[in-house]
Design a protein around this ligand. Structure first.
Ligand code: GUN
Length: 289
């Protein structure tokens, strides 16, 4: 069997078009547009690329987009004061501080400083609590949200009776993904790097979501035949004198065993930014109502 290759790029383009069209309608009616502020501290090369793409796509969808680049030596007090100013601005509806932060900054204090109403990443403890309680009308972390939209499209919104395994237990992907899968009524296991017999646990999964940052960790014999595999990893590897991006899943081997799989690049990655735009627009709506 050869898996369906899930086209995250096309799906994300569809979401961005829908958002852009809603933004146009709102602007025509009210003269207002969603505002997204993205803060980048320092010059981590991967973060630079992500932040640049976020700005380009926010502008393309008709948003007010502000990218604020700060020196890596900025003090915590200066960063918190900037976040306060953005919290107070009525033209900014979503605030994102790109992670990771330099080690002298305390990410928890920084995330806590963002108003929960403007926390477009859904990382503030209040929004994390709402996610685990299964509430409505709050921002959901963008990457897991993208994964859940793909699952809704390819499997359905009710995952009752399905075994879902998440490999990776980060605050950004693994943990919120587990909460969303539980909300969709799947039976959920969240694994970390010390999980015993990881291949055996993965083999139980009808839905396998991998977010470890370890290139080609997941092999073909980790996959239950017919499973759906979502690969969140983006790893740069060098093959001789060429470098390329690969996922956490050995795509070529796994695609003959799964029933559907996301490629890297072109799978989950584009969905993350599309969901960021969707979240910013939702935040604007909730703030204005
Ligand atoms: N770094 C990697 N992924 C993310 C994300 O989704 N949001 C933020 N703020 N930083 C990240």
């Amino acid at each position: 069997m050869s898996a369906k290759i899930i086209d995250g790029k096309a799906f994300a383009a569809h979401i961005r078009e829908a958002v852009a069209s809603e933004v146009k309608d709102i602007f025509n009616k009210t003269g207002k547009r969603p505002g997204l502020a993205v803060i980048l501290v320092g010059n981590d090369p991967a973060s630079e690329v992500y932040v640049k793409n976020k700005g380009i796509q926010a502008e393309a969808a008709g948003f007010l987009s502000e990218t604020i680049r700060l020196d890596s030596n900025i003090s915590q007090a200066e960063l918190l004061s900037l976040i306060d100013q953005l919290n107070d601005r009525s033209d900014i509806h979503g605030i994102l501080v790109q992670l990771p932060l330099p080690t002298h900054l305390d990410k928890d204090i920084v995330i806590n400083a963002i108003s929960p109403e403007k926390d477009v990443d859904g990382f503030h403890p209040l929004n994390v609590g709402k996610l685990w309680l299964g509430e409505d009308k709050f921002p959901i972390p963008c990457t897991p949200l993208g994964c859940s939209l793909i699952l809704k499209e390819y499997v359905g919104s009710n995952l009752e009776g399905k075994i879902a395994v998440v490999i990776g237990a980060s605050n950004i992907v693994g943990k919120p993904m587990g909460a969303l899968l539980m909300k969709m009524r799947a039976t959920v296991t969240i694994c970390n790097s010390k999980t015993p017999n990881l291949p055996e646990v993965a083999r139980q999964a009808d839905i396998l979501i991998v977010a470890t940052g370890r290139a080609h960790l997941v092999k073909s014999d980790w996959i239950k035949p017919g499973a759906i595999v979502l690969d969140v990893g983006i790893n740069r590897i060098t093959d001789g004198d060429k470098s390329r991006l690969v996922g956490d899943v050995d795509f070529e081997a796994v695609k003959d065993k799964a029933s559907a799989i996301t490629p890297v690049p072109g799978g989950i990655g584009p969905m993350t930014i599309a969901c960021l735009l969707r979240n910013t627009l939702d935040l604007m709506r909730w703030q204005e109502n």
